[in-house]
Design a protein around this ligand. Structure first.
Ligand SMILES: [Zn+2]
Length: 452
């Protein structure tokens, strides 16, 4: 076994974590004195008051639209059950399925209802049937389908207006990044946003160590006196394995971007990983036992365990040089990047690109599957430099984002200083905060929706 891969393999066999749970490798074997005590350190702005329990897990539920509601009306809420379809729900309330589906179609396909979403159905007392159906599209938008005077149904999308405030959060990783972040009140989409800030620097699938610490200033979205969710991180300091990473969000010449302390854009030509969240189940090795071929054979890539249908993203801008079957690799995509680099993605269940097509960094190229020689759904990811297979988790990758233009330098420095002051204050406050047993159970991340 490649010495580098030992901790990863230990983790893969020893940890009984759910798929997609972000792994934390202990700093030293056996050093788990404080396991189970996640530090909840974000106390500012009245945060640690069970907010996570009041808010639905996927940020999907819209705030109640009480201002639209006359005294004499009634709203009924229906939570979509798993496997429940529109044609089963609406007739029960006396609503016409076909007409509502057609009216909604330009905005959202209601034949693909997501379980857990809450439909709101409005009826004027005394009326024989409801006159409004509401469906939460996402955190910011609600679909409203309303009965018109002529008996037809009309759909529109209402934007939810939030009051934006600045808040702070911090957490220290004990068992997993996911658990610690949930303990600090972040929801799955917030954690993805946090990981995205550092996706050029850290592979959140494999590189997070126990003791990693995040402190962040973050936008809070308030509506009708309650916290509805978090917006973009404004500044994040992340410490991991003795390294410190800083990201400052700043409105540069091309819109908001994350910059490092020197004012260099954090954007790089390659993402560290083609999956947002997963775990490494088999590392890069020059010789390992192949479970299907039953013999020793080099493993010239990295396997990420992830459920069938998990989206796979291009790690960098590229031209697609292969998109289709490739013997043991099953459905296979290979990308030709600028410079001496290529990357490839094996065992896909579905391919979303074509040979010769140009793709952008972060673009969806397919979905995790188990086609070809694979014992179960996973992504076999390979990376080439000058035609030679290299370990994608450790190969030094080119960096190079654009710096802040000189004309914006002073504004950036002032903005940075004020955010750094807030982060420093948060860190010194942390020293006074006792360890708290987490009250929020560690939630599993929302699984991406499989393709249909
Ligand atoms: Zn593999």
């Amino acid at each position: 076994m490649h010495p580098l891969m030992r901790p990863l393999a230990t983790f893969a066999f020893g940890a009984s974590v759910a798929l997609l749970l972000i792994a934390v490798l202990p700093k030293s074997p056996g050093g788990d004195d404080d396991t189970g005590n996640a530090l909840i350190a974000a106390q500012e702005d009245g945060f640690a008051e069970g907010i996570a329990e009041e808010i639905p897990a996927d940020l999907a539920e819209p705030p109640p639209a009480e201002d639209l509601e006359p005294e004499s009306s009634e709203w009924h809420e229906h939570t979509v059950g798993s496997g429940e379809v529109l044609g089963k729900i609406l007739p029960r309330y006396g609503l016409p399925t076909q007409e509502i589906w057609e009216a909604a179609k330009p905005f959202v396909d209601l034949s693909k209802l997501r379980a857990g979403k809450v439909l709101r159905i409005h009826t004027v007392p005394g009326a024989t049937a409801p006159d409004v159906l509401e469906y939460p599209i996402d955190a910011d938008q609600t679909l409203v389908v309303a009965l018109q005077a002529d008996g037809s149904w009309k759909a529109e999308v209402e934007k939810i207006e939030y009051e934006r405030r600045e808040g702070t959060r911090s957490f220290t990783v004990n068992r997993s990044l996911w658990e610690a972040a949930v303990g600090a009140g972040l929801r799955p989409s917030d954690i993805v946003a946090l990981a995205d800030v550092f996706r050029y620097d850290i592979d959140f699938n494999s590189e997070i160590r126990r003791g990693a610490k995040a402190t962040m200033v973050v936008e809070e979205l308030w509506t009708e006196g309650r916290l509805a969710g978090l917006g973009a991180p404004l500044a994040v300091r992340f410490e991991n394995s003795g390294k410190e990473y800083l990201a400052i969000r700043f409105e540069g010449p091309d819109g908001p971007r994350y910059y490092d302390a020197k004012g260099q854009s954090r954007k790089g030509p390659f993402l560290r990983s083609p999956l947002k969240f997963s775990r490494v189940t088999s590392g890069f090795s020059r010789n390992r036992y192949h479970p299907i071929l039953k013999r020793g054979r080099p493993h010239n890539g990295v396997d990420f365990g992830a459920p069938e249908g998990t989206p796979v993203y291009a790690v960098g801008d590229a031209t697609v040089s292969w998109a289709g079957p490739n013997s043991g690799h099953g459905r296979f995509v290979k990308l030709d990047h600028a410079g001496p680099y290529d990357s490839s993605y094996s065992h896909l269940s579905r391919i979303s690109v074509q040979k010769g097509q140009k793709v952008r960094q972060g673009q969806l190229i397919g979905y995790v599957g188990s086609t070809g020689l694979a014992t179960g759904p996973h992504l076999h990811y390979q990376f080439w430099s000058n035609g030679k297979l290299v370990n994608p988790l450790t190969v030094p990758l080119p960096r190079g984002g654009d710096p802040i233009p000189d004309s914006m330098r002073a504004a950036f420095e002032a903005h940075k200083e004020s955010l750094l002051a807030r982060l420093d204050r948060l860190i010194s406050d942390d020293a006074l905060v006792a360890e708290v047993e987490p009250e929020v159970p560690a939630a599993e991340p929302t699984l991406p929706e499989p393709p249909r």
